[in-house]
Design a protein around this ligand. Structure first.
Ligand SMILES: *[C@@H]1O[C@H](CO)[C@@H](O)[C@H](O)[C@H]1NC(C)=O
Ligand SMILES: *[C@@H]1O[C@H](CO)[C@@H](O)[C@H](O)[C@H]1NC(C)=O
Ligand SMILES: *[C@@H]1O[C@H](CO)[C@@H](O)[C@H](O)[C@H]1NC(C)=O
Ligand SMILES: *[C@@H]1O[C@H](CO)[C@@H](O)[C@H](O)[C@H]1NC(C)=O
Length: 147
């Protein structure tokens, strides 16, 4: 009987600990490709969901079909209202400080992206890898956010 109770408690703890990551998964913002023509990006944000008026860390990674040159390629993050008509704040830009060859995995960390305090109740987060001075877009993903 004692053993049975012990095993029961053990499983209760095990199940509780296991349930936590699943709840987290459910809340995680899902990024998808912006269009069929552009490679998509893997994006993780901390915190997720974002908190209006605070800053967030973005980790953007993937494999693209263009070379990414440091000082030329950049990461652009925009918050757009859900009708896609209006930018909520000026875009965030960060140049690559490291080069990555085409077809090799890359990642770039944006340590401190300001999340607009006037976020609309529904909004779109758009993440782009580009070379803005060359007018080239290399990859893009977006996600629906909700306040
Ligand atoms: C960013 O994401 C990539 C791909 O998932 C991962 O390999 C890398 O460790 C992450 N970097 C940080 C600082 O979290
Ligand atoms: C994103 O990351 C997952 C898991 O690490 C990987 O399977 C997938 O291929 C990545 N997607 C892109 C677009 O790089
Ligand atoms: C949010 O505030 C910025 C200025 O800080 C302004 O440019 C933008 O239009 C505002 N967005 C909305 C949706 O009100
Ligand atoms: C590039 O920038 C990231 C984030 O700002 C920083 O952590 C990293 O040390 C930098 N790498 C180089 C090679 O300067």
């Amino acid at each position: 009987m004692k053993n049975f109770i012990f095993v029961f408690i053990f499983f209760a703890i095990f199940l509780t600990v296991n349930a936590a990551p699943h709840q987290f998964d459910k809340r995680a913002t899902t990024f998808k490709a912006c269009s069929d023509e552009l490679p998509s990006l893997n994006v993780t944000m901390t915190p997720d969901p974002l908190v209006p008026g605070q800053s967030a860390k973005f980790n953007v990674s993937g494999t693209l079909i263009n070379d990414l040159f440091k000082g030329i390629a950049d990461l652009r993050i925009r918050f757009i209202d859900s009708t896609r008509q209006r930018l909520i704040e000026n875009p965030y830009y960060q140049y690559f400080n490291e080069s990555f060859p085409a077809f090799a995995p890359f990642s770039i960390i944006a340590p401190k992206v300001d999340v607009p305090s006037n976020l609309t109740s529904k909004y779109v987060i758009e993440v782009v890898i580009e070379a803005k001075e060359l007018d080239d877009i290399y990859g893009c993903s977006l996600a629906d956010g909700e306040k």
